[in-house]
Write a protein that binds this ligand. Structure first.
Ligand SMILES: Nc1ncnc2c1ncn2[C@@H]1O[C@H](COP(=O)(O)OP(=O)(O)OP(=O)(O)O)[C@@H](O)[C@H]1O
Length: 628
């Protein structure tokens, strides 16, 4: 060919500043575009060879090179793919690539949300001008008798074409980086970017620096990428060690995952990947999950909510979905039937895995539960289908350190019209109540994590005639000793007197008081909290009200235990004018102890309580000393 100069058919001057600005936050996408082009060029060549339309060398190995020349300030991408003839350069580069950029701008200009466009930007080759003063191409087509072509442009409307001295089939794109983009000469940074998008590209990528370091030395070349990610391997042939290693490598998490699911399907659509259940160090870790989406082994993005059910984003994994229509907008994806099928399939796979673990290794499943419960609960609340598949294997940790399903927990209440699940929402604050339950051989489950107030509400909405009741709320029914209950008249009389006495002693006119004969004799009184108002307060905490718990006061009832002789004695003392002050002293003390059982006393009350305790000791020793 003879030397040729020309003008590009579009007004690139207008486009240029817009694209540059738009790309500012994601400058490195030009690398993705150029390497993608090289990978496409190799795929096309392989396809043609398979059809018998191109001849490959016997020792052909697909290869992409990223070459840095710090002296010349150039960054080049070289491949041994299909190459281009001069006609093709005219067509694909001069016309298509540049008009592609124009289409792109027309479509997306003004959209501030980069996330509108997934993965493929359609900006292609043109994006190389975002970082370059000048871009050149040296290419030799696979076609027999083709001549190599050199093309060059500075990103304005002018280009130049002439013969090239390239001898090998394939394409070399060289960018003379502009002064604002010198960071792309940093091989460490380049390696990071290439790894981000192409860690699992099926063709080997090599990073080279010119002049080569350690010249003359015998070298073994190692590609930057892993051309055979584990998800492509048949699950039957993968070892646990390989799964763990892959997890460490991809997520740079040194902890081992709990377990994993290998997805490997070809029909009715193509999807491969591995999803891991990470170990949680604390509850808030859950938000740090990561599902990486790939398209034919090229990374697209992390955590695309439109493709992956939201609750699965708490897990970690890689999913390769070559059938995804990735060059479309997110809003379109949401309505795509294919995407819904992917979502449904992953949900089913995860539920199946949990069911399998539960059935085959209940012990192991119980051990995992502390790590996986936020995920399972969140999943149930988010996806009806997931709930339907796992509702029978939701387990609850009990105060006896066992893990039981709801059916197992409710077994002793079989035949009862309304069933109750007693739960602990704070193991420290409710320690006394737990002890009381244990002493009476009763069981309660522990639901003390952030998600649990929501989960309890959710479960009640799903279950007919099952109520969740906190261990410090309305439990008198569970621990009442029916055999010891006094006559109704006597009980009414006692209640009237006790109400008067304890309201006066606690200085609270509206204190709710009840009298019961409890199975447990040791405790004179306990405080019960109204379940509804307590739940309201818990919920307000999860919505950020941690500052003032008194904003939502919780209704309390002081339950006096008639099985403990102290209560009747105090009531009797109260009726004796001479002993009234002693009765008030003792009643106030009993009340304070009951309150202390489930929460801290406010500072003023605490100071008084200590004063009273000291007085009590003094009274005790004084009587002892007098009688001695
Ligand atoms: N390394 C290469 N080897 C062979 N042909 C190439 C190479 N790079 C670009 N081309 C040709 O130039 C065309 C335009 O490239 P460009 O990157 O602008 O768009 P695209 O790859 O077709 O689309 P998009 O990047 O939007 O997915 C390509 O379709 C291809 O035919």
């Amino acid at each position: 060919m003879i030397q040729e100069k020309g003008s590009l058919s579009i007004h690139t001057e207008n486009i240029f500043p817009i694209i540059k600005k738009w790309l500012y936050s994601e400058k490195d996408i030009f690398i993705r575009e150029l390497i993608s082009n090289s990978a496409d060029a190799i795929s096309k060549l392989k396809k043609l060879a398979a059809m018998g339309e191109a001849r490959l060398e016997d020792d052909f190995r697909p290869r992409i090179e990223v070459i840095v020349d710090k002296e010349k300030q150039t960054l080049s991408i070289n491949d041994n793919g299909i190459g281009m003839t001069d006609e093709e350069v005219r067509k694909y580069i001069n016309q298509i690539a540049f008009s592609g950029a124009k289409d792109f701008i027309e479509k997306y200009h003004g959209k501030t949300d980069d996330q509108q466009i997934i993965g493929h930007f359609g900006l292609g080759f043109y994006s190389s001008f975002m970082v370059s003063e000048r871009v050149s191409i040296d290419t030799l087509s696979y076609r027999e008798g083709a001549e190599a072509v050199h093309w060059e442009s500075s990103g304005d409307t002018e280009y130049a074409m002439e013969p090239s001295d390239r001898r090998e089939r394939g394409t070399l794109v060289t960018l003379k980086l502009d002064k604002d983009s010198q960071e792309f000469l940093d091989t460490w940074k380049l390696r990071e970017i290439v790894k981000k998008y192409f860690e699992f590209l099926p063709y080997e990528i090599f990073l080279k620096e010119i002049p080569e370091k350690d010249q003359g030395k015998e070298k073994t070349e190692t590609p930057i990428n892993d051309t055979n990610p584990l998800w492509l391997k048949n699950p039957k042939d993968c070892t646990d060690e390989e799964y763990r290693k892959f997890y460490h490598q991809v997520f740079t998490d040194f902890n081992d995952p709990l377990f994993w699911i290998h997805i490997n399907m070809d029909y009715p659509f193509n999807m491969k990947g591995i999803i891991y259940f990470p170990r949680l160090r604390h509850e808030f870790d859950t938000v740090q999950g990561k599902i990486k989406l790939y398209y034919n082994q090229v990374f697209v993005a992390d955590n695309i909510k439109e493709v992956i059910p939201e609750f699965l984003l708490m897990l970690k994994g890689c999913l390769d979905c070559p059938d995804l229509p990735l060059n479309v907008s997110r809003s379109f994806l949401q309505n795509e039937g294919y995407v819904q099928k992917i979502s449904a399939h992953i949900t089913k796979k995860v539920a199946d895995k949990l069911q399998l673990l539960f059935k085959k290794d209940r012990e192991g499943y119980n051990k995992y539960w502390d790590d996986i419960h936020p995920f399972v609960k969140f999943g149930c609340m988010r996806e009806d289908k997931f709930y339907d598949r796992v509702s029978d294997i939701i387990v609850y940790k009990t105060i006896h350190d066992k893990y039981v399903t709801l059916d197992e927990y409710l077994e002793p209440q079989k035949g009862k019209e309304e069933k109750r699940v007693y739960y602990v929402s704070d193991t420290r604050q409710q320690a006394q109540y737990i002890k009381m339950f244990k002493d009476n051989n009763l069981d309660a489950v522990i639901l003390n994590s952030l998600i649990d107030p929501h989960f309890i509400g959710f479960m009640e909405s799903r279950l007919d005639k099952v109520k969740f009741v906190c261990i410090d709320a309305d439990i008198a029914g569970a621990i009442r000793d029916e055999g010891r209950e006094p006559e109704e008249k006597e009980k009414k009389d006692l209640l009237e007197k006790a109400e008067k006495l304890f309201r006066e002693a606690a200085s609270r006119d509206n204190l709710k008081v009840s009298v019961e004969s409890l199975k447990n004799e040791t405790m004179p009184a306990i405080i019960l909290l109204d379940e509804q108002s307590r739940r309201f307060r818990e919920m307000s905490k999860t919505f950020g009200n941690t500052i003032n718990p008194d904003l939502f006061p919780v209704e309390e009832t002081l339950v006096l235990n008639l099985s403990n002789p102290l209560i009747r004695d105090i009531i009797r003392l109260y009726e004796d004018q001479d002993k009234k002050s002693d009765a008030l002293f003792a009643a106030g003390y009993v009340y304070d102890l009951a309150v202390l059982n489930h929460k801290q006393l406010d500072p003023e009350r605490m100071a008084k309580f200590i004063e009273k305790s000291n007085e009590l000791l003094r009274r005790m020793t004084k009587t002892e000393a007098q009688s001695a």
